[in-house]
Design a protein around this ligand. Sequence first.
Ligand code: SF4
Length: 115
Amino acid sequence: MTVTITQHATCTFCGCVCDDIELHDDGVKIIKTKAACSLGTSWFLNHTAERLYPDALIDGKEASVDDAVEVAAEYLHRANMPLVYGLSNVTCEAQREAVSLAEKIGAVIDSHTSL
Ligand code: SF4
């Protein structure tokens, strides 16, 4: 097995954009990281370009995006303490929409980095 080492790779997972990551790959996948935090390491080692899920799920079952949005709106409307959580590995536009939604429903916002 030939291992290639890439220096100064950038991690885009949480938004801190650490750019001093060392990656080791075997030509197919990343097999080792250096200088990435636990979140970044997990992302580099496990994230794939494969499409693993449909566009939307309701209770774990495939659904249309329209139906999923409807169900999500019902959950949020009924919530006593809504939380907008995650926001990693998404575009600035998606984060802006999430913050806008949180403001409209009086939600708390948190990212996965609080882990
Ligand atoms: S997930 Fe970790 S390594 Fe990646 S950008 Fe954030 S802090 Fe840096």
